[in-house]
Write a protein that binds this ligand. Structure first.
Ligand SMILES: [Zn+2]
Ligand SMILES: [Zn+2]
Length: 178
């Protein structure tokens, strides 16, 4: 990977993109940039589900990959779904350039709790690293605290760390930050 382009789509939490810019730069040791996203969300809305179709938005991100080795991560703050699942935190092309994440269910407010910005940003970071890990070819990891472990709930996300376990780091040929 040569660089990461973050593409906020629609209204996202103001500090999320800046926070991810710096943290992803550190974790992946590559240059990160923020690109303005011009992807309308309205056509991806499913009125019956009150959610947005993740795979369709992911498709819209493909033209944002302009350079070899560039990985693109779209960030939305709306609820995402794929037809077979109730919701998804994100979706990625395995071993290819594009990924998408939603921070909608990462807010404490979503669970009827007072908002906690620091916790919210930590969750965003883990979800971003996880989806980018998929774009680098990683599948789900069984290591309990590895960022590549599958998360079905926000509790699962909170139990993980924000970095790759030694096994996943080895597959990526990057020094482990474990
Ligand atoms: Zn995953
Ligand atoms: Zn792992």
């Amino acid at each position: 990977m040569e660089g990461i382009s973050l593409v906020p789509i629609g209204a996202v939490y103001p500090n999320a993109a800046d926070f991810l810019l710096f943290s992803l730069q550190e974790i992946f040791n590559v240059k990160c940039e923020i690109l303005e996203g011009h992807i309308p969300l309205a056509p991806r809305f499913n009125a019956d589900r009150q959610q947005y179709h993740s795979t369709e938005i992911l498709q819209q991100l493909l033209p944002y990959v302009k350079r070899k080795g560039q990985h693109v991560l779209g960030v939305v703050d709306v609820d995402l779904y794929i037809p077979i699942l109730t919701f998804v935190f994100g979706e990625a092309q395995l071993g290819k350039g594009c990924a998408l994440m939603s921070s909608f269910r990462l807010h404490q407010e979503f669970y009827g709790l007072p908002e906690d910005e620091s916790l919210y940003l930590q969750r965003c970071e883990k979800e971003a690293v996880h989806e980018l890990g998929h774009t680098l070819g990683l599948t789900h990891c069984r290591h309990f605290e590895c960022v590549m472990r599958y998360a079905n709930s926000v509790e699962d996300i909170d139990m993980k760390r924000n970095v790759f376990c030694p096994d996943c780091s080895k597959l990526l040929r990057i020094p482990s930050l474990w």
